[in-house]
Design a binder for this molecule. Structure first.
Ligand SMILES: [Zn+2]
Length: 317
């Protein structure tokens, strides 16, 4: 049995939005999606897994929003909407279409349901029941309709988002990747999501990729953009031999920059601590000290006197 979540209560609309944000999934809300459902027609929960579908028709990126708001939201004349919880556009955007019981899973194999509940299977699931003679899947699964025909691969953006969306759901319920299945693993009359005409994706590989995604964890929050102080291209020592302290400066950094020591800086600037103040002007080279002239010896003074007298005599002559 799944750890403590055998009777998983469905996430609320608020909870799924929080999960989308946590996993860095971009989404758009369609109308009153959070209360749009078929709960009046049947059960919604306990939830046991997540089903991937293809829409069966290619939808261009330009038409994705209207497709989500019309077909997926309203449904078809024979099958009222919502037709899923999530519509996944070619660019990887998730459209929130409905929340609650939705017409996506139809009838499926009760043996498969038990495998998913217990997460006790391996490889691709092969259902022997389907829409006409299966058990109600709409009560037990979240569903994503990936907007493509299934006769070719979905876009990379769709695949990456489908992995993340799966991880977001598994993360919330503490389920493993074995709680994510293809519609074609649920109903024997389906083959979605496909990668070629009539061919279902290798869900063992998909589940392995989902497991990797869960393991890697939610997308880290984007790093806050810190305004960087532009560094001078050539750290030249100003002619004045001073440095004006800017944000981020340290005594150590300044010492390195001017090829002097921290101790030099402390002495030259009479610093009592390592603390600097923005805008502070620091001396960064040894102050020029004019050496005092050595005192002359008596002999030297006499010599100088003799020279001066000689010079005066020469002038007088
Ligand atoms: Zn389907």
């Amino acid at each position: 049995m799944k750890g403590g979540n055998k009777m998983a209560t469905p996430m609320t609309a608020t909870q799924i939005v929080a999960q989308l944000k946590k996993w860095g999934i971009s989404y758009k809300e369609v109308k009153d999606w959070d209360t749009h459902n078929r709960n009046a027609k049947g059960d919604w929960g306990p939830l046991n897994g997540f089903i991937w579908h293809h829409t069966g028709a290619d939808v261009s990126q330009a038409n994705a929003a209207s497709y989500a708001a019309s077909t997926l939201y309203n449904g078809l004349s024979t099958l009222p909407g919502p037709l899923c919880h999530f519509g996944l556009a070619p660019d990887g955007t998730v459209y929130l279409v409905g929340w609650g019981r939705a017409n996506h899973a139809g009838g499926g194999d009760p043996v498969v349901l038990n495998h998913v509940i217990n997460e006790d299977y391996s490889g691709q699931l092969k259902p022997t029941r389907g829409n006409a003679n299966g058990t109600d899947g709409n009560a037990h699964f979240y569903g994503v309709e990936i907007m493509y025909s299934g006769s070719h691969a979905m876009t990379d953006a769709q695949y990456k988002t489908a992995l993340k969306l799966s991880a977001a759901i598994l993360d919330f319920h503490k389920w493993t990747e074995k709680s994510v299945i293809a519609h074609g693993e649920w109903s024997n009359d389906k083959w979605d999501p496909g990668y070629a005409s009539g061919k279902i994706m290798d869900m063992t590989k998909v589940r392995s990729a989902i497991a990797d995604t869960v393991k890697a964890g939610p997308k880290p929050a984007p790093k806050p953009t810190v305004p960087t102080v532009p560094k001078p291209t050539t750290p030249t020592v100003p002619a004045t031999g001073t440095h004006k302290v800017v944000i981020g400066d340290t005594l150590y950094g300044i010492a390195n920059k001017y090829k002097v020591t921290v101790e030099n800086l402390k002495v030259w600037n009479a610093l009592k601590s390592d603390e600097l103040t923005i805008g502070q002007i620091l001396k960064v080279k040894a102050p020029v000290v004019t050496p005092p002239k050595p005192a002359l010896t008596v002999q030297q003074q006499l010599d100088a006197l003799v020279k001066r007298v000689a010079a005066l005599e020469a002038k007088v002559k």
